[in-house]
Design a protein around this ligand. Structure first.
Ligand code: G3I
Length: 370
């Protein structure tokens, strides 16, 4: 007997090809046979289709776009969560030193949180510790490790305390590993670091402890890119997570960014993604797909169809893994994607096109959630 994902209202038991559905909800992956028999109503929005799986559909937002009616409409209609694309990063949120009368700029993030609250959406925080988007007052002052330790502790405590329970989860540390699994040289680790240079993941652990002390209810994530399948980077992240769990360091989950191309669409890669998710789940950790986008070289029909197929496969991988609790796209519309500026010749990475028309990717995501 194989017991599939169960939520509070649904029990799905598959046995010898016979599937029984009880209650009126539907669980993560009933067979087609069962679906035909019970025919739950087809959901027309991503967030509605994801809810029975207990998956939160979210997206990265630049609060300035909330003024655009079409943007705000799609956001409120399709998504159950938001994350500021930049507004909570160290530089944007804490642009001036504490000696200044106004060291913090919470207003853009506050605006997004207010929008989320008005529309019943959850807010994910991004990110407390990163090697990019730090303000010059931090990077250009030649602080020593003791000073940086106190700056980072103060920053994490202030931000997490300020937002309180309005933010349910944080990427505490972002992109701390190199592709070969070694730790990245950064201002927080060893250049000069916060006092734990050469001590492996100790500085990451310290950041988690500070965040937890500021809000014990917040879910705390380590977030990275290129670590979706099993590889050297994901092995290093897994080893850190296992160590943290074993020693009671307050980590709740791993964020898989998932900035990918069509090259990711191989059976081996998708199996490896599911295996990586499973080993994270087996540690008792959650998985959030945090920055999903699939960049293309062209928006011809074949490319959009291939992109849709891969979007559907990524969503299905999350649906198949009960510990996968969130699917977050890195933006809504190709109009505002970060991709063209960063990857010359690429674009068309998101489920809505520049004119807010749903692309095939949208339909594939929705299908994978039904
Ligand atoms: O802050 C200035 C602003 O003052 C100015 O008006 C504006 C004009 O272009 O530029 C602003 O800064 C830009 C910022 O986005 C806000 O738009 C930065 O130059 C630009 O580098 C920054 O890019 C962001 C990038 O992170 C920085 O590394 C992207 O929007 C954002 O999508 C991207 O997000 C990251 C995740 O946080 C972590 N994972 C990878 C992902 C993609 O790089």
């Amino acid at each position: 007997m194989n017991i599939l994902r169960i939520n509070t209202t649904t029990l799905v038991i598959a046995s010898a090809g016979v599937v029984l559905l009880t209650a009126c909800g539907h669980a993560r992956h009933p067979s087609n046979q069962a679906r035909a028999a019970s025919a739950p109503p087809r959901m027309s929005t991503l967030k509605a289709a994801a809810a029975p799986h207990q998956i939160l559909i979210s997206t990265a937002v630049n609060p300035a776009h909330l003024d655009e009616p079409e943007y705000a409409k799609v956001l409120a209609t399709e998504f159950a969560g938001v994350e500021p694309e930049n507004a909570m990063k160290f530089g944007p949120v804490h642009p001036r030193p504490n000696t200044d009368q106004h060291p913090y700029d919470f207003a853009p993030a506050e605006r997004l949180i207010s929008f989320a609250e008005e529309h019943g959406m959850k807010v994910r925080g991004h990110t407390l510790v990163w090697h990019r988007q730090n303000p010059e007052w931090v990077t250009q002052s030649n602080f020593d490790p003791m000073q940086l330790n106190s700056i980072l502790e103060d920053h994490i405590r202030t931000v997490v305390t300020h937002f309180g329970t309005r933010v349910f989860a944080y990427d505490v540390v972002n992109e701390a590993f190199n592709d070969d699994g070694t730790l990245r040289d950064t201002i927080w680790y060893n250049q000069p670091g916060i006092g734990y240079a050469g001590q492996g993941t100790k500085y990451i652990e310290q950041a988690f402890q500070w965040a937890h002390a500021a809000n014990p209810q917040a879910k705390l994530f380590y977030n990275d890119y290129g670590a979706e399948p099993i590889n050297k980077k994901s092995n290093a992240i897994y080893a850190m997570a296992r160590d943290f769990k074993a020693r009671g360091v307050p980590i709740s989950g791993i964020g898989l960014q998932m900035h990918i191309t069509l090259n990711a669409d191989t059976p081996e890669n998708l199996q490896s993604l599911e295996a990586n998710m499973k080993r994270i789940a087996d540690l008792g950790l959650e998985i959030h797909i945090t920055e999903l986008d699939i960049r293309l070289h062209s928006d011809d029909a074949a490319s959009l169809a291939a992109q849709a197929k891969l979007y559907g496969e990524v969503v299905a991988a999350c649906v198949h893994q009960p510990a996968c609790k969130m699917i977050q796209t890195w933006g809504i519309t190709d109009k505002y994607s970060w991709i063209p500026e960063t990857f010359a010749g690429y674009g068309w990475a998101l489920p809505w096109d520049r004119d807010y028309q749903k692309k095939p990717a949208f339909g594939a995501m929705l299908n994978a959630l039904q």
